[in-house]
Design a protein around this ligand. Structure first.
Ligand SMILES: [Zn+2]
Length: 385
């Protein structure tokens, strides 16, 4: 049986829309026909027709009551998450399960200038070389960025402190074109906000909640919102921006123009600053990074622990406020502060239980590389519905 090429399978000219959607869904994850219907938004009848076509063409395998899976394909799927001080690259072949994803972490990010682009391209070439047919064996690339993305032109959605940031997906695409273009032609890079891609990762690989809010807590606090089978984007790509829910009326000025926004109190820089002040007052050396802060809280440092508890309580307050509109079923916390909030999850849950709006709310914690996995899925599906 011939081995299919991922790029050929994803060619929109070659197949009907529903068949293409089922191929994309299978590349994300194998599943029963009912699950494929849920993930694609197609009817069971359409999914069954599309699956039969893929079975006949030798693209997929699986019986009537079994999970349908993709037969082995060539071409590497890549996801890249870029943050202020780090980059994570995820890669796998489209028929591989999530557990087989290869990950590479780079210790530089947006705060270190443009050097991360070359480093990411090198990491991608290394991964493609080890799991694909060579360093240029690239099929799809998705990029997770730490700002909301305007759906009209994929630029940072205003107002954003990163608004002056260049169109990273185009720059990455150009860089990949230089490295890989001779072999495979243009390499299109698809982009979205890290919180939305964290939510996509959650919905694809873990629990399919009816309403889910994914909160990425890093330099900024972004939200990704899922309602029913849909990722809600919002008019300018900012739906679910819980970071700008007011938690301290008349509080600190925020760059968004409001006062007392959650982000001003629980972003990584805000939490580090709070601990810096209290530890200096105690005459002690403050932690240099969020990882060090979390380690010290785990070891019982009262100021570090208190900073995390205060952040968790403010987050719970913001969730209580937003829950009245969304009636969110689950909240998933991701980003570098999430492991710290996990230490004080009981305090956060206690705050949530104080309100009828959030008493039922399930609080979960994402894996650290959730958005990189989400970016890989984004590359495969092309764009978020
Ligand atoms: Zn704000």
């Amino acid at each position: 049986m011939p081995v299919h090429e991922t790029r050929d399978l994803l060619d929109p000219e070659a197949r009907s829309d529903s068949v293409l959607q089922v191929i994309r869904a299978l590349m994300c994850r194998s599943g029963l026909r009912t699950e494929l219907a849920r993930r694609t938004g197609l009817s069971i009848a359409s999914v069954s027709t599309a699956v039969q076509r893929l079975l006949d063409d030798g693209i997929a395998h699986g019986g009537k009551k079994e999970a349908v899976a993709l037969r082995p394909v060539t071409g590497v799927a890549v996801g890249i998450q870029v943050g202020a001080r780090h980059v994570t690259v995820a890669a796998r072949l489209p028929h591989w399960p999530r557990e087989q994803v290869r990950l590479v972490s780079l210790g530089q990010g947006l705060r270190d200038g443009a050097a991360w682009i070359d480093a990411a391209a090198d990491a991608v070439a290394g991964l493609a070389g080890s799991i694909g047919r060579g360093p240029a064996d690239l099929a799809t690339v998705g990029l997770a960025v730490p700002w909301p993305v305007d759906p009209r032109d994929l630029s940072p959605s205003p107002p954003s402190p990163w608004f002056a940031a260049p169109d990273l997906h185009r720059r990455l695409s150009a860089r990949f074109g230089e490295v890989f273009g001779e072999v495979f032609g243009e390499v299109k890079v698809v982009v979205d906000a890290d919180a939305r891609l964290g939510a996509l990762n959650e919905q694809t690989y873990h629990h399919p909640y009816e309403t889910l809010l994914y909160v990425e807590i890093a330099e900024h606090v972004l939200g990704g919102l899922v309602v029913g089978p849909r990722m809600v984007r919002g008019a300018l790509g900012r739906a679910g921006s819980v970071g700008h829910q007011v938690v301290e009326p008349g509080g600190l000025d925020c760059w968004c123009g409001k006062r007392g926004c959650l982000e001003r109190y629980i972003s990584v820089p805000a939490v580090l600053e709070g601990v810096y002040v209290s530890l200096r007052a105690r005459g002690e050396e403050p932690p240099a990074s969020v990882g060090a802060l979390i380690d010290r809280a785990r070891d019982g440092d009262p100021d570090c622990r208190w900073a995390l508890t205060a952040a968790a309580k403010r987050l719970a307050r913001a969730l209580r406020e937003s829950a009245a509109t969304l009636e969110t079923q689950a909240v998933v916390l991701g980003g570098p502060l999430a492991p710290g909030l996990r230490l004080v999850a009981a305090e956060c849950e206690q705050e949530l239980r104080r309100s009828a709006w959030t008493r039922h709310l399930e609080l979960r914690f994402a894996q650290p590389d959730a958005a990189a996995h989400g970016a890989l899925i984004l590359g495969l599906i092309g764009h978020l519905r």
